[in-house]
Design a protein around this ligand. Structure first.
Ligand code: BTN
Length: 232
């Protein structure tokens, strides 16, 4: 991968998208600070200086319909990377990385893709990891490595994260088992808001390429995308 570093940029995902549209591939865009960081569902993503804000642009050998596995892979890579600095994190479906009893958010992932039929043209996996930042600079419910274990070596951690992600993208069949090992969602009562409805029930399984299986009491439902809340 070519590494493109910015002290400050609106959004590494937006920059990666420019590179994708220019025909580039295998690029990692990194920034110390983002001034217009974006989250899922068009939310803003606080990205003060000191975090790990990065976007990996590639063209993995996956059909577009399997792209969700890349998002789960990224969550696994984040959990495994932060383990190396002594932080035990878990994953809320599909890809929120949370820590502690009160499930504070440590990292989020935003995936973008283009492609049709049987081939992904490009895939951008954007990862925001609250590293050396004050939790006060983050939204309520979020935390940072600084708050948990003190400041970390961002270079080493970013390298571990990107290596792990690259490994997982090359072995998509390994992802669900690793994801399940770190899941906070399976076995929980959940409320999932999809584009068209709200489904409440027990999360019983995750299935390729990343769907959540919910036992509602009136049968099983499988959701491919949505906002998930843990109920108890
Ligand atoms: C979420 O809503 O949980 C996803 C947050 C994703 C944030 C990362 S930070 C690097 C990359 N650039 C962005 O603008 N967003 C992603």
């Amino acid at each position: 991968y070519e590494i493109e570093f910015h002290e400050s940029i609106p959004s590494t995902n937006a920059r990666a998208r420019e590179r994708a549209e220019a025909g580039d591939r295998d690029v990692v865009v990194l920034a110390d600070e983002q001034t217009g960081g974006r989250g899922r569902l068009d939310r803003a993503w606080a990205s003060p200086s000191g975090g790990i804000w990065c976007s990996l642009l590639g063209s993995p050998d996956l059909p577009p319909a399997h792209a969700p596995i890349a998002t789960l892979a990224a969550a696994v890579a984040v959990v495994e990377a932060v383990e190396t600095v002594g932080v035990e994190a878990g994953i809320k479906w599909p890809n929120d990385v949370l820590v502690g009893e009160d499930e504070r958010k440590l990292a989020g992932i935003l995936t973008e893709m283009a492609g049709e039929h049987d081939r992904i043209d490009w895939l951008i996996v954007g990862i925001g990891l609250n590293a050396n930042v004050d939790p006060e600079a983050l939204p309520a419910g979020a935390t940072s490595l600084r708050a948990l274990v003190g400041d970390v070596d961002r270079r080493t951690l970013t390298q571990a994260l990107l290596d792990g992600l690259d490994d997982r993208l090359g072995a998509p069949d390994s992802v669900l088992e690793a994801w399940t090992d770190h899941s906070l969602t399976l076995g929980r009562r959940v409320r999932v808001e999809t584009q068209s409805e709200t489904i409440v029930g027990e999360a019983v399984d995750v299935a390729f390429p990343g769907t959540l299986v919910i036992e509602t009491g009136r049968g099983r439902r499988t959701v491919t995308a949505g906002d998930c809340e843990h109920l108890r």
